[in-house]
Ligand binder design. Sequence first.
Ligand code: NAD
Length: 558
Amino acid sequence: MNFSEFEKTYVHHPFYKAPVGNKLHAKSWQTEAPLRMFLNNLNGEVAEDPENLIVYGGTGQAARSPEAARGIVRSLLQLEEDQSLLVQSGKAVGVVRSHPEAPRVLIANSNLVPHWSNWDHFNELKDRGLMMYGQMTAGSWIYIGTQGILQGTYETFAACGDKYFNGDMRHKLLVSGGLGGMSGAQPLAATMAGATFLGVEVDPARIRRRIDTRYCDKMTHSYDEAKAWVLQAVEKGEAVSVGLVGNIGDVLEKLLKDGVVPDILTDQTSAHDPVNGYVPAGLTLEEALSLRKTDPEKHKQLALKSMARHVGFMLEMKQRGSIVFDYGNNLREFAKQGGEKNAFDYKGFVPEFIRPLFFEGKGPFRWAALSGDPEDIRETDRALIEAFPEDKTMVNWLNKASEKVAFQGLPCRICWLGLGEREKAGLMFNDMVKKGKLEGPVVIGRDHLDCGSVASPYRETEGLRDGTDAVSDWPLLNLMANTCGGATWVSYHNGGGVGIGYSQHAGMVILIDGTERAERCIRRVLFNDPATGIIRHADAGYERALEMRDRFHLKLDD
Ligand code: NAD
């Protein structure tokens, strides 16, 4: 199909759509796969704001501009299996010679030399059309809608319940800010874990979207109504979620005044970006949107001050007995810059709840059915339940997800798997494609929030035992391992989750098309990728990671 025919149906800004079915539009599945996943990231059911090519996470984009999006599509339609496409901050910039077991697409997003790596310099370049903020999976074309973070959020809340409430979240109130792309997973994750949830969000359209996709139960503009609903639910032990339109700082202030102390308090507003993410208290959403354009510096200063006030209230809640943790949006750092000197007096969610999973190479394994047929995901769910019956948490999750999660765009699934398990699942899926048990190929990828692929001192690598929180050699090694292993596309980004200059991280996606080539690539990539996480944590001195390193022979004898 030539580009103009293809464009009419699939690339009509802002109406992007991934082709489905078994007919190829690109020259092979190796290029059809990134083409479909790129368009899927920008599809209106998946992306938060396709008009601006924003997929999630504040301003996380899949392409730099509508022209750049068309350029990427045009390149993918022509790319051969002995070529690799270079994508620089959301724009196709060239092709290089490679080979059929090498990645088809090599992506670098938002990277700046460390001395210049800050929002101010980045925004200057962005305003001139030279850069794009790729977040994590937005710019690496493996965002799968809010489901992508749902399991991780569920596991985090459940781990919090296990640690502090003997695993029983009934009669517990969980309060958080933000109901956007990722943060919108919180209400469903909280109720799945058994808690009552109050989410505060300035943008009513965002809450409406969570209601429409069944992630959130109820919505109101009234603080009093929201308070009454959640207090009643807490008393009855009902797992209900409420989205309240408001500014999280203001609502926390009111809750403090009213003596309502949440059992668990966290935040997932887009605090990582004080200019284009967090909405300062005292401004309506519309006023904030306009100030961002007319006087970004003023917006930044107001946002920093508001974040300081917001964190001040969180610290006060902690004093009064709330379990408070940071949820990976860099709120503490910006609150500190805004004047709250005790901002780091509560910990991040990784050291609190997640890190032990990284010692076993566990992380957010995810896959998408390129056929577009939801039955393909149901088949893979069933196959995983059969293959890992002993993993009760995973089986429980897959059962709940198939019942409760509405697909957005191409049908997808996520579940956390570790070293050994990911390779086994990948080979199993490849066999299913080969034998025709699935309608079409799948792709397997992951979030960059994984065991070996990220350096982020206020999040994934916060408080490491050996103090190597800021060492970003590790995600680079992960990228190189996945490139030489033969992932179908790989990516390296700056600033995901916490903002420009605060993190570096790598992504990978691999095509599972039932071929022997795929099998060879799976054996390398789906082993090496989690292995780098174990190696990284073993090197930092964690006993369980050292044990796993030895068990899987990940180091040659000294
Ligand atoms: P998003 O931009 O889609 O949603 C954030 C929401 O916060 C928006 O809807 C916005 O209207 C709202 N908001 C902003 N300021 C507010 C305020 N003062 N009061 C109430 N609501 C406010 O972003 P997202 O994809 O949901 O991500 C949220 C944050 O979480 C980002 O900082 C992101 O980097 C981070 N993140 C964390 C994880 C994790 O695993 N912990 C994963 C991905 C993203």
